[in-house]
Design a protein around this ligand. Structure first.
Ligand SMILES: C[S@@+](CC[C@H](N)C(=O)[O-])C[C@H]1O[C@@H](n2cnc3c(N)ncnc32)[C@H](O)[C@@H]1O
Length: 355
């Protein structure tokens, strides 16, 4: 253990968090996983065991995305969901020298870490530009970019870092505030949204945002609680109590809890509206013959992407699109269960001027 040395030359080290038992269990105790540069071997072991280390995100469908986008040196690329920066790193290594990647993300906490990680690989300001904005407002940076993008990638949803940190409220496995905001500096947390809804509105939200089959019972159970639900575990308990006795399989119960969190997350971050805005603006952001790839994780997202791509193809804005959904390989689905629900779609812009 590194002891803190109190002199002017040496940096002050924080005492490592102590944990009970052989392995750390809590997110903030997993100091090795939060520092993969120093603990590469330990982190590799965790990945080999099929888990994602805390504070890290394993990029999904990397090879499939590279095949679809075919990045080349000199290209101007938008990563609309920078996240951990995993896809961005792969794209950067193929578009440099001469190219530039614009990485945007709505999360003010993780975006700083992602940029710092990518800068340690030596990417300059000319090669990498990072902005904290919502992809719904991507048109705002077009004048700065000085034209459109040759390639655009959007990997929708949340990162593992956001999911695993109990303080962000995305996980029901640990107690935390029921927040679920991708940008915790804006808007209202899920707990406040929940209090502002009627039981009927919440039931509809569960159906529309997550196709939850037990929406009626869950809404009833949540609104029966005497105290307002303000923590992740309290919401998970309310969902469990609502499920009929016939749902005796823990996996099925977990699926209902996951869908309830998904429905609230979509509402809190207005995810369908911002995706529709992004899809509407996409042709204006792409250069002639430019390509966009979008990775979705549930039918609410995928349906919107397919509808928009088909409309663009019919109107002549797009010249081509992938007809079949592309999925993660069997091996990837086995290695990283989070890739199981991923669907990759792509589209190619026609000649510019037909938006
Ligand atoms: C699945 S992660 C991306 C992971 C990334 N592709 C990688 O390889 O590390 C999704 C990211 O998109 C961001 N995000 C979600 N909705 C967004 C939006 N409307 N605008 C900008 N970023 C968004 C989230 O904050 C999160 O960091």
């Amino acid at each position: 253990m590194t002891e803190a040395v109190n002199n002017d030359e040496a940096p002050l080290h924080k005492r490592r968090v102590r944990y009970k038992g052989k392995n750390p269990r809590r997110f903030d105790e997993k100091y090795k996983e939060h520092d993969p540069e120093h603990y590469a071997k330990d982190v590799a072991k965790i990945i080999q065991s099929g888990k994602t280390p805390a504070g890290m995100h394993r990029s999904i469908c990397v090879q499939e995305i590279l095949q679809v986008l075919e990045p080349r040196p000199g290209q101007i690329v938008l990563d609309a969901t920078l996240g951990y920066g995993g896809h961005a790193r792969e794209l950067l290594s193929r578009i440099t020298p001469g190219g530039c990647l614009w990485g945007i993300d709505v999360d003010p906490i993780e975006i700083k870490r992602a940029e710092a990680r990518l800068r340690t690989s030596g990417y300059t300001q000319e090669e990498l530009q990072v902005r904290r904005i919502n992809f719904a407002g991507v048109l705002k940076i077009l004048s700065e970019v000085g034209g459109g993008f040759d390639l655009i990638l959007a990997d929708l949803g949340v990162s593992s870092m956001q999911l695993d940190d109990p303080g962000r409220g995305f996980t029901f496995k640990r107690e935390g505030p029921l927040d679920l905001r991708l940008n915790p500096e804006r808007g209202q947390p899920a707990s406040a949204l929940l209090q502002s809804l009627s039981e009927k509105d919440f039931e509809n939200m569960l159906r529309v945002n997550a196709d939850e089959p037990y929406a009626h019972g869950i809404a009833k159970s949540v609104f029966k609680c005497r105290k307002p639900i303000v923590t992740t575990t309290a919401l998970a308990d309310a969902v469990r109590r609502a499920l009929p006795r016939t749902v005796d399989d823990e996996e099925e119960r977990t699926r209902s809890i996951r869908r309830t969190f998904q429905a609230l997350r979509i509402a809190v971050n207005d995810e369908f509206f911002v995706l529709e805005q992004f899809l509407k603006n996409l042709p204006m952001c792409l250069n002639s013959d430019g390509r966009a790839a979008i990775l979705t994780f549930h039918s609410g997202e995928d349906d919107r992407v397919v509808r928009s791509f088909k409309q663009g193809l019919e109107s002549g804005v797009y010249a081509d699109m992938g007809r079949e959904p592309i999925r993660a390989s069997r091996q990837e689905q086995y290695d990283n269960p989070r890739s199981k629900s991923a669907i990759l779609r792509w589209v190619q812009r026609g000649k510019k001027g037909r938006v």
